[in-house]
Design a protein around this ligand. Structure first.
Ligand SMILES: [Zn+2]
Length: 227
């Protein structure tokens, strides 16, 4: 349920609150922006996030400040692959460390964590476009890939996520967290990945091939020579 925590004392916001109590719908872009500004300072800066207070935060709070909240920009900029003829993922539809008829798994290079793998449908599909059959395959593949990454030596966890703001073509991220590096717990991992020096490429490729072989054995498909 959507609640406005700190309604301003204007008539328009009060009527918005009343309307919300009658019809539960998402805030419009302008309403969401106004809602955010309610909690911001005169420059539009929100207070530091609770996450920056966690002891696993990569940033110390001293000297850190939040960027001013920007107003909504509509229509949103186009994502890569809005025109399938110009889709990077489609251009690589035969590339990866593992492939089957419908899916491919590729390694992302030049990263800070020990391994990042990306799972793509070979067809030009976004998450809402998946048939139930493809969606069921995605569920099984996600479990198998997570299991095989977590079976690698010195890897404690495989984080799986779909974001999708940059490209239309569905791409599921698998981040491997190094064992014992407890400061890299949780959702800060993607930021730590960007801060850490590049992980040795040959080691990551060997681990990707181990995952690909295990996936071919447990699920099907085949390892490919690519990365
Ligand atoms: Zn595509």
């Amino acid at each position: 349920m959507i609640r406005i925590k700190h309604p301003a004392s204007t008539n328009s916001t009060t009527s918005l609150e009343q309307r919300r109590s009658l019809a539960i719908v998402a805030l419009t872009p302008d309403e969401f922006y106004a809602h955010g500004l309610n909690a911001a300072d005169a420059e539009g800066r929100l207070p530091l996030a609770r996450m920056t207070g966690w002891d696993i935060s990569p940033f110390e709070e001293d000297g850190l400040r939040v960027a001013p909240l920007r107003p909504p920009a509509l229509p949103e900029p186009a994502r890569n692959g809005e025109d399938p003829a110009d889709c990077d993922a489609c251009r690589g539809r035969d590339e990866g460390v593992w492939l089957d008829e419908n899916w491919r798994l590729a390694r992302i290079g030049r990263v800070g964590v020990p391994l990042i793998l990306m799972l793509y449908p070979r067809e030009h599909l976004d998450l809402p476009d998946l048939s139930d059959e493809r969606a069921a395959e995605l569920g099984v593949l996600t479990a198998h890939i997570g299991r095989h990454i977590e079976a690698l030596p010195n890897i404690a966890r495989a984080h799986a996520m779909r974001v999708g703001d940059g490209a239309v073509h569905l791409h599921i991220w698998f981040f491997a967290r190094p064992a014992g590096q407890a400061q890299l717990y949780g959702s800060w991992l993607a930021v730590w990945d960007d801060l850490l020096p590049e992980y040795p490429d040959a080691v990551a490729q060997a681990d990707a091939e181990t995952v690909a072989d295990a996936l071919a054995a447990s699920y099907g498909g085949h390892r490919s020579d690519g990365n």
